[in-house]
Design a protein around this ligand. Structure first.
Ligand code: PRX
Length: 656
């Protein structure tokens, strides 16, 4: 976060209590009620979660043990049997919700589709049978590389139905990034589309899959399923590639949900860390189902008449938990949008809200900042009076953006839930409950009931009010990740051994810096490791550096970020070149494009700076702190005495 943002957040004192009208009908109606839930959860966490699991979910068989905690490995509802696809679909069919809209889809070139719970159930059952026909069995992994179309959710639910774990890869990732993930997860099948629409252009998804699988580098993949979306011609490899709609015709619509062990793997989702390749975050069935269900219900205050819209992509955890599983488990109407604002269509988000009467809207600060830039005349020209609750996620929100969101989009009447969480946490961890907790612009406010969050120093000791420190979680929770796919040690090292145990208790290290104020409100300041947050997308500096050094011109690369008005952070890459190459605009462009090819457009560096050498310590470590100062045009702060060669710094500074 930039200095000026931190400044404005530190001075933020405004308080927005929930209105009586909102609280009256809310799921959680008062601060007292919230406090009681917290007290109950704190005094007996297992009882708290077990009661909710019993009330809120269907179980084929009840568990024997609520929590088996062998730090840092947790098992929830051990011995219990359930199925998240059953909880999201079948159980609603015996109620009036059978004919309620489950999924509303608005496609980019104006296509739209609404699926009721009964229709969604039918499609999921059919597609689950297609997967079975291709030999997919319980325990297999299935890659999903799709645009934002209903088939993405159908594919996820179909995998869950038969007990195959899905691994969704964001459709904006490159063929190389897709290949790495498919190899790591040992996918048996890949589900994709002939293409997807992105800002008026076609993204050639099937072509990327072909590239990822070329030369049999992912030998585990036996079949590729292709949705016909754009109708552009694609190559279909005989015996490997099949059209979704053709196979769908050949199967029955009868596919009972497989009773899954609570701890059976539900999905693997890759996310960036500060070191190495992206990690496969593993989530399992029962705990994840409960946690996403209850957080969606209480935080988004679901009512049966809501039209709920989360603008994330299903390729990210927000899409998993708060487009698909959380809303559907609650029997809500969830909206999925394939489009995005562009010059020819700048008010499209507001059009969607007006068209469907959206009541709950959940988006990212980076989107809000872009809306501000496009001007308030756009939302003002639409009828947004259906909205009753707003949310944000993905990065710290600056108070100015919060206030604009509240005033212009929320018409001054909608509470805002600023939700802090991570791929690893499965669901929202720190957030207002909108009928209970007064909000402060820029603060995610208080932990969700049952979440024991704290701010500590490097020794693991709690810091005082308003002192900065590391954000940690002290007790396991049902939605927590279980491990890094295939790498228990990396899981232990990354999240649980960063800080020493307190009183023998392991604490979960989130990688974020935070402070807690005198009212117990949390203010999340951003990452404390080498993880970047560009437009709410998480990227490791090392990933971008590896992509850069794989170009023949690059000898060394160091990647940092600088504050950006819209994106939050922008990537700045410092590059030293191999002997025969010299700096040029052309090479700079080529290197940016190279990163796009290796990772995807989300990782494109904003600035490339060529340098003769990188500032290093005598032991050869790149001094990123100095590079960050340089990138953002700030004075060099802190100690520079460990620098091996001060001349390097002076030269870089001279270039401005
Ligand atoms: O730095 C925090 C930031 O996003 C990181 C998690 O990224 P990811 O796993 O991609 O999940 C994003 C969606 C949950 C966190 O470590 N972050 C997320 N939400 C907030 C946030 N930072 C501040 N405020 C938030 N509300």
């Amino acid at each position: 976060m930039s200095e000026s943002n931190i400044e404005s957040i530190l001075q933020e004192k405004r308080l927005f209590p929930p209105t009586a009208a909102f609280s009256q009908n809310a799921q959680i109606k008062s601060l007292e009620e919230y406090q009681q839930l917290c007290d109950r959860a704190n005094s007996d966490p297992q009882k708290f979660w077990a009661e909710l699991a019993e009330q809120e979910l269907h179980w084929f068989q009840k568990w024997d043990t609520v929590l088996d905690w062998q730090p840092p490995f947790a098992k929830w509802f051990v011995g219990g049997k359930t199925n998240i696809s059953y909880n999201c679909l079948d159980r609603h069919l015996t109620t009036w919700r059978k004919n309620k809209a489950a999924l509303i889809w608005e496609g980019e070139p104006g296509d739209s589709r609404t699926l009721t719970y009964a229709q969604l159930h039918l499609e999921v059952c059919q597609f689950a049978n297609v997967l079975k026909q291709l030999g997919v069995v319980k325990g297999d992994r299935v890659g999903i590389y799709m645009p934002m179309i209903p088939e993405a959710a159908i594919a996820m639910l179909a995998c869950a139905r038969i007990g195959a774990a899905h691994s969704v890869v964001f459709g904006g990732f490159s063929a190389e990034a897709l290949r790495d993930r498919l190899i790591d997860v040992e996918a048996k099948v890949v589900i994709t589309a002939d293409g997807g629409w992105r800002k008026g252009a076609i993204v050639p998804l099937k072509e990327q899959v072909d590239k990822a699988l070329a030369n049999n580098v992912v030998p585990t993949v036996t079949s590729v399923l292709v949705v016909q979306r754009t109708k552009q011609s694609v190559e279909m490899q005989p015996e490997r590639d099949f059209w979704w709609h053709e196979l769908q015709k050949t199967v029955s619509a009868d596919c009972p949900a497989e009773p899954m062990d609570s701890e059976d793997m539900l999905f693997v989702l890759y996310t960036s860390g500060s070191t190495g390749k992206p990690k496969g975050v593993v989530h399992t069935t029962g705990g994840y189902n409960l946690y996403t269900h209850i957080t969606t219900k209480w935080i988004f205050d679901l009512q049966d008449t809501d039209v709920y819209w989360c603008t994330a992509d299903v390729g990210w955890i927000t899409g998993h938990s708060y487009i698909v599983y959380g809303p559907l488990s609650n029997g809500a109407t969830t909206l999925m949008y394939e489009g995005a604002p562009r010059a020819s269509n700048p008010g499209c988000m507001w059009d969607v809200i007006e068209k469907y009467g959206v009541t709950v809207f959940y988006t990212a600060p980076t989107a809000i900042r872009a809306f501000i830039k496009m001007g308030e005349q756009l939302p003002n020209a639409r009828n947004l009076s259906s909205l009753r609750l707003l949310g944000t996620v993905g990065e710290p929100i600056n108070p100015e953006a919060w206030i604009w969101y509240q005033r212009v989009v929320g018409g001054g009447r909608c509470p805002i839930v600023d939700t802090w969480w991570q791929t690893e946490t499965g669901g929202i961890m720190i957030t207002p409950l909108p009928g209970a907790i007064a909000t402060k612009p820029g603060s995610a406010t208080r932990p969700f009931p049952g979440i024991m969050a704290d701010v500590v120093d490097l020794e693991g000791n709690p810091v005082g009010d308003n002192e900065g420190g590391y954000l940690v979680i002290r007790h396991p929770w049902p939605g927590m990740m279980r491990t890094v796919y295939g790498d228990d040690e990396r899981f232990r090292r990354t999240y649980w051994e960063h800080l020493p145990p307190t009183n023998g208790q392991y604490v979960y290290f989130a990688g974020d810096g935070a402070r807690r104020d005198e009212d117990g409100y949390f203010w999340v300041m951003g990452r404390v490791d080498d993880v970047l947050n560009v437009s709410g997308h998480r990227l490791g500096t090392m990933e971008v550096e590896s992509a850069l050094v794989s170009h023949p011109a690059v000898a060394e690369a160091a990647v940092v970020s600088k504050p950006d008005e819209i994106k939050g952070e922008e990537i700045v890459a410092f590059i030293t070149l191999e002997g025969t190459y010299s700096p040029s605009d052309k090479l700079s462009k080529e290197l940016k494009q190279h990163v796009v090819k290796e990772i995807g457009a989300i990782a494109r560096p904003g600035v490339i700076r060529f340098t003769d050498a990188l500032p290093k310590t005598r032991s050869g470590k790149i001094m990123r702190r100095l590079l960050r100062n340089l990138a953002s045009g700030q004075e060099i702060t802190g100690d520079t005495s460990t620098l091996e060669d001060r001349g390097v710094l002076d030269k870089l500074r001279g270039e401005g």
